[in-house]
Each structure stands twice: as structure tokens, then as C-alpha cells.
Design a protein around this ligand. Structure first.
Ligand SMILES: NC(=O)C1=CN([C@@H]2O[C@H](COP(=O)(O)OP(=O)(O)OC[C@H]3O[C@@H](n4cnc5c(N)ncnc54)[C@H](OP(=O)(O)O)[C@@H]3O)[C@@H](O)[C@H]2O)C=CC1
Ligand SMILES: O=C([O-])CC(=O)C(=O)O
Length: 272
């Protein structure tokens, strides 16, 4: 039988390494979804990309995207999270958030979404196994530990490194930069450790999820290893992400959002 529901309109906030790939995939066609609008800081600089799309979307400022979309995908710098997400959830719509670290300082957006019937959806992003962490959290998780190793370019400019005057440019061997909670990691590394916050929100929260961050000149990928100890299971997970054009961002992040979008109207949906 035909599906008579109208297409879900999706808007993209930020046309960087993640947003460009999602927009292109939506334009190529995802069942039941339509790219309705995008926001870019300087749309003129994105003309070549925009004119390559088969059905060019409307270009709007980030705070207006919710007016023409059912789902807004936030893939902009983290300081814009509130500007993007607030109008979406106020209208009772869904925001897909990749700058998940910024949710910790803007957690009232979750209450706002609840009050207006909106939703905030965090994709697995550059990580792995949040389905298993979600499932384990239905029971009791005793501990979650994550160790991240990144090449130097994947960490440059992080506030923790700048504020502590750490020279990572001339490293010859791995250096442990940080050990602490996911909440502290998100403050010190806002553009580098969204994954730690996503892991914490799926499991036992940002104050009990423990994180180590290494600057490692011997790796070329963003490497994350996770150990979970729960009453239902013990599991270890690892992922080695190929950096995208943005060395801080793994290529798989955009693909994870695309997979999540595909599920919105999929007849068969696999994984939690
Ligand atoms: N959850 C996860 O697993 C992961 C999350 N991330 C996070 O996702 C977010 C996006 O990452 P990524 O795509 O690599 O970042 P990029 O820097 O490549 O892209 C961000 C884009 O947002 C644009 N932008 C800036 N200001 C505005 C504005 N006012 N209106 C519209 N667009 C604007 C930028 O434009 P311009 O270039 O002109 O400044 C840029 O194109 C980051 O916060 C990153 O930390 C990254 C990896 C994994
Ligand atoms: O969490 C992030 O912001 C990015 C990251 O580690 C990755 O892409 O591997």
C-alpha cells in the first residue's frame, strides 16, 4: 500500500564538513525526506555547492530554519547550539544535535522541548555502540571509561591546551593531556570530544563517565576505545575514525546522521 504521509522536511544548520555531506545525500534522495532549507554563515561562498544540488533548498538564517522544516540538523560550531535548537523545540519539532557537548551547558533546552512536545536527538556520530550503552543503562551500569587518541591536528586550539600552555606541535611520542569526567572534557575540548558527552548521555551521565585524552603523533585517525561494566554485560568497543576535511571531525559522523535520517521513514529499522 502506498505511504500517504507527506515527506518530512529537513533543514541543515551549517554547511561544513558534516552539513555538506548530509545536504548532498538528502538531495540525492532519502525515502520520505526532503531537503527544505539550509543555513550557511556566508552563503555566497557556498554557491558552487548549492548550485550543484538538483533541488536547491531555501537559504535562511539559522534561527528561522524551524519555520520551514520538521527536523533541523544542527551541524554548526557549538556556540550556536542554543540559537539553532531553541526555535525548533519551541515549535514542537525535532532537532538532531551533533555539537552534543554544548547540550551540557544548555540542558534547559531538554525541559523546553518537553514543555512544547519537541525532541532533541543525538546521533551516535563519531562513536560506536550507543545502542548497547542504552540497553545496559536500562539495567545498572557500574562504570564507563573512554580513552581517546588523536593526531595533533585533531586537537590544535582546544581551550584546555591553550589555557595550560601545552606545546603539542613538537611532540614525538604520545602525551596524556587530560584525565577526568566527560563534563570536564567537554569544557576543555568543545570541538574535539562531543563523543564523550554522547557516550555519557547514553549511559551514566557526564559526571560518572571517565575520559582520557591523548595527543598522539603516531596515529593518523581519531581513535576511541570504550570499556563498559554493567550488570547485564561487560563490553569493549573501539573505533578509528578517518578525519574529514575538518581534522577534528571523523568522516563517519555525517554518515551516522544520514543513517539516522534514513530511519525516520524506514519500514525496516535495525538497531536501537
Ligand atoms: N557528535 C559527534 O560525534 C561529532 C560532533 N562534531 C561537532 O559537529 C559540529 C560541526 O562539525 P563540522 O561540520 O566538522 O564543523 P565545520 O567547522 O566543518 O562546519 C561548521 C559550519 O558551520 C558554519 N557556520 C558558522 N556560523 C554559522 C552561522 N551563523 N550560520 C550558519 N552556519 C554557520 C561554518 O561556516 P564557516 O566555515 O563559513 O565559518 C561551517 O561551515 C561541531 O560542533 C563539531 O564539534 C564533530 C564530530 C563528531
Ligand atoms: O567527538 C568529536 O567531536 C569528534 C571526534 O572525536 C571524532 O570525530 O572522532
Amino acid at each position: 500500500m502506498a505511504d500517504h504521509r507527506r515527506d518530512l522536511r529537513v533543514a541543515i544548520a551549517g554547511l561544513g564538513s558534516i552539513g555538506t555531506k548530509i545536504a548532498a545525500e538528502l538531495d540525492r534522495g532519502i525515502d520520505g525526506l526532503l531537503l527544505s532549507a539550509i543555513a550557511a554563515r556566508e552563503p555566497d561562498k557556498r554557491r558552487a555547492f548549492l548550485s550543484s544540488l538538483r533541488q536547491p533548498p531555501v537559504i535562511l538564517p539559522i534561527e528561522q530554519l524551524a519555520e520551514v522544516a520538521d527536523i533541523v540538523v544542527e551541524c554548526a560550531p557549538s556556540h550556536l547550539l542554543r540559537t539553532i535548537v531553541e526555535p525548533v523545540v519551541r515549535r514542537g519539532k525535532a532537532a538532531v544535535v551533533v555539537s552534543v557537548g554544548a547540550l551540557l551547558d544548555n540542558s534547559d533546552l531538554i525541559d523546553l522541548a518537553k514543555a512544547h512536545g519537541g525532541r532533541i536527538i543525538v546521533p551516535t556520530g563519531a562513536l560506536i555502540g550507543l545502542d548497547a550503552v542504552n540497553a545496559a543503562a536500562v539495567g545498572t551500569i557500574h562504570s564507563v571509561r573512554m580513552v581517546t587518541r588523536k593526531p595533533i591536528d585533531g586537537l590544535k586550539g582546544a581551550p584546555f591546551i591553550v589555557q595550560n600552555g601545552i606545546d603539542i606541535d613538537n611532540l614525538r611520542e604520545p602525551l596524556r593531556l587530560f584525565a577526568g569526567t566527560a563534563r570536564e572534557a567537554a569544557k576543555g575540548f568543545p570541538a574535539n570530544l562531543n563523543v564523550a558527552v554522547a557516550l555519557s548521555l547514553a549511559g551514566i551521565g557526564p559526571d560518572r563517565t571517565m575520559v582520557e585524552i591523548w595527543a598522539d603523533p603516531t596515529v593518523t585517525r581519531n581513535v576511541h576505545r570504550i570499556e563498559v561494566e554493567a550488570d547485564s554485560a561487560r563490553f569493549s568497543m573501539g573505533i578509528e575514525n578517518v578525519p574529514s576535511e575538518n581534522p577534528k571531525t571523523g568522516m563517519i559522523t555525517a554518515l551516522s546522521v544520514i543513517a539516522l535520517l534514513r530511519k525516520q521513514r524506514a519500514t525496516l529499522s535495525v538497531g536501537t
